[in-house]
Design a protein around this ligand. Structure first.
Ligand code: TYD
Ligand code: MG
Length: 453
């Protein structure tokens, strides 16, 4: 009887190999082992009906950090590659240390590739975050080759590379962090994941300006991209799935950084509202959707005389182009002139309010700032503003209104085309921005009940 040929071969030296490896055992070339297919041997890959394909590998495995798992629709898929990027100091290593502990304590073999810190440094941090399970392995190396070997050798189920900028492939020119090295590292880690099945998470540092040649250039090579954001000076951290090949994108995980690492934020709306202490002319409550979750956030604006200079528009967390558009609509359709004024706008808590639903609260905040009339306490709003000054309905209106009611806000202004929903707080409907401004002006919160809590 003929012996079955080894299933892999090197495309470089044609040597056979019994198992897949990142490096050819004969010629030392990287990423050259391919599985023999029908064209190269007689063992053809089978065609099956789609309905009969095994789903064993397609099941997401929860890591045990719920706010993290939520980004992936429940957990990490074996064989998937995730890029987690954020600014230095955002808390990426902290988050992944927690993920590593949680996953390892559920029996997952986790390999931490510490390329930036010594093993002792990682232990010091990680020990504070939980008990260290035996399944949690570490290799402190900047060598990509060593990391890949270790992952194969230990049959890791989850490989965490911290960071992709700090590892280097010895056979590729260029320093670590260079575009060649980043690509090579990503390619080889993807190959590892696809052939050996571990879930792989790579950390990438990005700066606020987001360099083009940085780790974000790897987005198309990976399955999932998570942006980890947050103001270093504030405790709130937002993990946002901006790409997810296996499900919905836009899910967010919310954390608070404390002395024992990151804790899930149980009630973000309450947290953000608690910081909204008093009415200030220029601030407005918005109800935005973060993934599927409605969040009440505060938009703050400030307008000051630009003293004859070019009027500046400075935004953080909101879209600069949107502000310009809203200023034009306010002027043309509502007779509110902000020419000659510097305009600043931001979202509290380091969050983002870039969806169109933030138009209305932003326009109301700007109006309040320029007219110096505060919006009544606890009055929130959402809605898209069109160029004609009309208000357009936005998705998830029912969820947004329910959230406002749950938090006991005093009322909510919505586009008049929003479907009816019954709720315990006043829902004010406006067809145009002008109408909404008038509603905000004349609204009197019901003071017999506390408007919050
Ligand atoms: P780190 O995870 O190292 O950030 P990154 O890997 O994104 O560069 O940590 C970020 C900050 O978090 C650091 O300034 C220390 C702080 N921190 C805490 O406040 N509490 C903690 O329990 C830990 C581990 C870190
Ligand atoms: Mg780090």
């Amino acid at each position: 009887m003929a012996k079955t040929p080894p299933p892999f071969t090197c495309t470089e030296c044609q040597s056979p190999a019994a198992k897949w490896s990142g490096q050819c055992g004969s010629c030392g070339a990287w990423n050259t082992l391919v599985e023999l297919t029908a064209t190269s041997s007689q063992t053809a890959t089978e065609v099956t009906t789609l309905a009969s394909v095994s789903l064993a590998d397609g099941v997401a495995r929860p890591t045990g950090v719920d706010e993290f798992d939520r980004l992936f629709g429940g957990g990490l898929l074996p064989g998937s590659v995730t890029l987690l990027y954020g600014e230095p100091g955002a808390g990426k290593s902290t988050l992944l240390s927690q993920v590593a502990i949680a996953a390892a304590s559920r029996g997952t073999t986790v390999l931490l590739v510490a390329a930036e810190e010594s093993a002792a440094q990682v232990r010091l941090r990680t020990e504070r975050l939980g008990t260290l399970p035996d399944q949690l392995l570490i290799i402190a190396t900047t060598s990509l080759d060593e990391a890949l070997h270790a992952a194969e050798d230990r049959n890791a189920d989850l490989v965490i590379v911290d960071s992709i900028q700090a590892v280097r492939a010895s056979d590729i020119a260029g320093p670590s962090g260079s575009i060649n090295q980043l690509r090579t590292a990503a390619e080889r880690l993807v190959a590892l994941a696809k052939h050996r099945g571990p879930a792989v998470i790579v950390v990438g540092h990005v700066t606020k300006d987001g360099e083009v040649a940085g780790p974000r250039s790897l987005e198309h090579m990976v399955d999932t991209v998570v942006a980890f954001e947050g103001d270093r000076h504030q405790s709130l951290r937002v993990a946002r799935a901006i790409k997810h090949r296996f499900g919905t994108t836009g899910e967010v995980g919310l954390f608070e950084m404390g002395s024992n690492g990151l804790a899930a934020v149980e009630d973000p709306g309450r947290l953000l509202l608690d910081e909204h202490v008093h009415e200030v002319a220029g601030s407005a409550l918005a109800i935005v959707l973060e993934g599927h979750r409605p969040l009440v956030t505060e938009l703050q604006t400030l307008v000051v005389d630009s003293h004859g200079g070019n009027a500046r528009r400075t935004a953080s967390g909101v879209d600069n182009a949107r502000i310009t558009l809203l200023l034009a609509v306010l002027e043309a359709r509502c007779g509110i002139n902000l020419a000659g004024l510097d305009v600043f706008a931001s979202v509290t808590g380091g969050l983002k309010a870039t969806e169109p639903a933030a138009d209305l609260p932003l326009a109301l905040a700007l109006t309040a700032a320029v007219t110096e009339r505060a919006i009544p306490r606890g009055l929130a709003s959402f809605g898209e503003v069109g160029l004609a000054g009309e208000l357009r309905r936005v998705r998830g209106a029912d969820r947004r209104i329910s959230e406002a009611a749950r938090l006991g806000l005093s009322g909510v202004i919505v586009p008049s085309s929003t479907p009816e929903i019954s709720c315990s707080i006043p829902v004010l409907r406006a067809a145009t921005l002008d109408e909404a401004i008038n509603l905000a002006r004349t609204f009197t919160p019901n003071t017999t009940e506390p408007s919050r809590r």
